[in-house]
Design a binder for this molecule. Structure first.
Ligand code: ADP
Ligand code: MG
Length: 731
């Protein structure tokens, strides 16, 4: 009892808090008892205090290992704030100069220092080990301990040296491991690697019941983003992208659409990054668009949404990142955009790495895919991944994900589940999900042929369902506990006891079919393509075409030089009524808008007023000049009269692609002069002949031109002169 009082008194004295949070007190007691202690607690749970407080009141020095060198100084400063003597806390990493190092060593020898933060790279330095041997070490705390495991999302090879260091000090010092994310496999790795099999474990629930999880097909994601953010005006949010380039792009798109956003990634200089963080904390910007470099150590309690523009590489990363939403317990919407193509891109990045690393990366990615495609409660799926059972009827956070709010129909699958489990048994529990699905659906892959399973009686018994169905069945039987993945074998499927019991005595099993995002994306593209042919407002389109014809006559220009059909069609859908809005229309650049736009805008304005039309204003998303950097580089190259094929090569394009790129530039209203090149490849009178043809032509079609000239000119020649023609007359 007395001890309790003491701990609370110390808590008050050093940290100014009156109560412990969660299991902090029990954890601290375990450490003070000299036990190996394992702490798994979500971000923000208050892990630091569980080693800082025992360190401050124990005899000797506690060594704290943390990978976040940038945060070490902060931590040390905050501890120094508790007491008079600065020597109480130090850090040891490569940033210290000789004098500073000596100061640290002296304080350690004199026993002044209670907490020493050590960077992973300094762990096994001979001189450090010698020093640690000569002083009293109270315990070693390993923060972010998941870094020990290759199966974590943030493996740091230096973390494997911790064991060596502890051995080197050669003392029976208690070890403490702390992490915010760890699957059961990673937990095992940590305990094994730190030799703390008998550790006392403290695991707080990972359930964040105030967070709402949602996954959407990545269709027109920028438009979805802007709509989502506009509906949450003034609220803080973070958008994660995988590449720096994407970060910059998205931040720009948001900015031009009137959203206060700033980019953040490791490629920006330290000053800019710090400024971004400050602006976010001070709410001068609402949205930070960032790579995963952002967020470590950020403690903004009222982040209202976290968006994954790209799917992350692992669910651990995903959970850590979404965990930054709603830390104050208030609203926190976690939205992710999913497209299987992104996963394939991520897989490609791992090529060239050692096989085992590739296998691990793929296994982690498969979990991400499973999460995205599943139609079961996302919270249930996530918590199961982290080794926690959660009841969707009674657990905290019911109806807080898209799948629970919009449940898909369930169908009886008793026979199918039995068949699935039997198939896993039949292939001797030696294969991964994909293989089992191929066996069920009767696909003769080379892997199947090499184990002769295509000749087995059970081959193809599940043909009456597709692979999507069987993948869903595997995921749901996993969560139901009928099968488990052997992680060491990169995810081969094995039966559990309850799985075997199910085969012996099958029961009702209501299966939910997965989402089919591929189909959604396909359908959406089909709609977009259709739209290419048909404008929203036929009547207006006709009026616009009339105007174009009239204007053409006046200026003695073929109509297609003024605006192309797709531009008019989009005008008849979006109803632009200002110059700025007009430039958002496909194929309309500043040049064209200024030269021809006025009458079109007036016509549309009149039409909108006359017919009382509600313009789809809020959904007009302004785009940043597409591939702006390509465009500028091309224009500059042409100004310098660089041969076109050299320019193409330097942009990584084929000649043909390059001409297409030029057409985009010219058709959106920029004037370029490629005479220096055309004059090289064509005679003057030939150029004139083609030029005159376009002046009289009905359309700018290259096929018609080829026909007209009976293939006297190549397609490329015709396209080049057409570029000259459009540039000189249209822009
Ligand atoms: P973690 O490392 O688990 O992510 P931190 O150790 O950084 O979490 O603590 C998160 C926040 O909780 C900090 O702002 C810390 O001051 C606060 N905190 C920790 N323990 C308590 C407590 N007992 N009472 C109030 N606040 C606490
Ligand atoms: Mg921490």
């Amino acid at each position: 009892m007395k001890e309790n009082l003491d701990l609370s008194a110390h808590l008050k004295k050093f940290f100014g808090f009156s109560n412990f949070k969660g299991e902090q007190e029990l954890i601290i007691k375990s450490v003070l008892d000299g036990q190996d202690t394992f702490v798994i607690m979500p971000t923000g749970g208050g892990k630091s205090l569980t080693y800082q407080l025992p360190a401050l009141i124990s005899e000797g020095t506690a060594i704290v290992i943390s990978p976040l060198i940038a945060l070490m100084k902060n931590q040390v400063d905050s501890i120094r704030g508790f007491v008079e003597n600065d020597g109480i806390a130090h850090f040891m990493n490569s940033s210290l100069n000789k004098t500073e190092q000596n100061r640290v060593r002296t304080d350690l020898r004199e026993g002044t220092t209670k907490i020493l933060y050590v960077a992973p790279e300094s762990l096994t330095k001979e001189e450090n080990i010698e020093l640690f041997k000569s002083i009293k070490i109270s315990f070693v705390a390993v923060d972010e301990a998941h870094c020990i495991s290759e199966w974590g999302h943030d493996f740091r090879p230096e973390y494997r040296r911790i064991k060596e260091m502890i051995k080197g000090i050669n003392k029976d010092i208690p070890v403490m491991a702390l992490t915010a994310t760890a699957t059961p496999k990673v937990q095992q790795d940590i305990m094994k690697n730190l030799g703390m099999a008998d550790a006392k474990s403290f695991k707080a629930s990972f359930n964040r019941s105030n967070l709402f999880y949602e996954v959407r097909a990545k269709i027109n994601p920028e438009k979805q983003l802007i709509k989502f953010i506009r509906e949450r005006e003034g609220k803080s949010g973070i958008i994660y992208c995988l590449s720096r380039k994407k970060v910059e792009e998205i931040a720009e798109v948001l900015q031009v659409n009137g959203i206060k956003a700033a980019p953040y990634h490791a490629g920006l200089d330290a000053g800019t990054r710090a400024r971004c963080q400050d602006m976010f904390l001070m709410e001068e910007v609402d949205v930070i668009v960032a790579t995963i470099a952002f967020g470590m150590g950020i403690d903004k309690p009222d982040v209202r949404f976290v968006i994954h523009y790209d799917m992350p590489k692992s669910l651990e990363g995903y959970y850590q990142e979404t965990g930054r939403a709603g830390r104050d317990g208030g609203e926190g919407h976690c939205l992710a955009f999913y497209d299987y193509k992104d996963i394939e891109k991520l897989e490609k990045f791992t090529a060239g790495k050692p096989i085992s690393e590739q296998e691990i990366a793929r296994a982690l990615l498969n979990e991400v895919v499973a999460y995205a495609e599943t139609a079961m409660s996302r919270r249930k799926f996530l918590l199961h991944y982290f080794g926690e059972e959660w009841d969707e009827a009674t657990g905290d956070g019911v109806n807080m994900d898209d799948n629970m709010v919009n449940p898909k129909e369930r169908v009886e699958a008793k026979e199918e589940i039995k068949l699935l489990l039997e198939t896993i048994q039949n292939v001797k529990e030696k294969f991964k999900g994909r293989y089992v699905v191929d066996v069920l659906t009767g696909v003769q892959t080379s892997a199947i042929k090499s184990s002769k399973h295509e000749q087995a009686a059970f081959f193809g018994l599940g043909k009456h369902h597709d692979s999507k169905y069987w993948n869903a069945a595997i995921r749901q039987t996993l969560v139901a506990g009928f099968i488990k993945k052997n992680i060491e074998a990169y995810g081969t499927l094995e039966l559990t006891d309850s799985g075997k019991a199910f085969i012996a005595k099958p029961e009702s099993f209501m299966l939910i079919k997965d989402h089919d995002y591929d189909k959604l994306v396909e359908d959406a593209n089909a709609v977009v393509n259709q739209k290419g042919g048909a404008a929203g407002d036929e009547k207006l389109l006709k009026m616009l075409k009339d105007l174009r014809r009239k204007l053409g006559k006046q200026k003695n220009l073929p109509p297609f030089v003024i605006f192309q059909d797709p531009s008019l069609e989009e005008m008849a859908t979006q109803y632009p009524i200002t110059n700025e809005e007009l430039t958002n229309i496909v194929g309309v650049g500043m040049g064209k808008a200024t030269k021809f736009g006025k009458q079109f805008i007036e016509l549309i304005k009149q039409y909108v007023a006359d017919n009382g039309i509600e313009r789809p204003q809020d959904m007009v998303v302004k785009s940043v000049a597409n591939k702006a950097s390509n465009k500028i580089a091309i224009i500059q190259g042409i100004d310098r009269k660089v041969p076109l094929s050299d320019l193409a090569k330097s942009r990584g394009l084929t000649d043909e692609e390059f001409v297409t790129e030029l057409e985009n530039v010219v058709y959106s209203g920029t004037r370029i002069n490629i005479d220096y090149y055309i004059n090289d490849v064509l005679d003057e009178d030939h150029i004139e002949e083609i030029f005159d043809y376009f002046r009289e032509a009905e359309s700018d079609s290259i096929d018609s031109a080829l026909e007209e000239f009976d293939e006297d000119y190549s397609e490329e020649e015709l396209r080049l002169v057409r570029l000259k023609f459009m540039s000189e007359l249209g822009n």
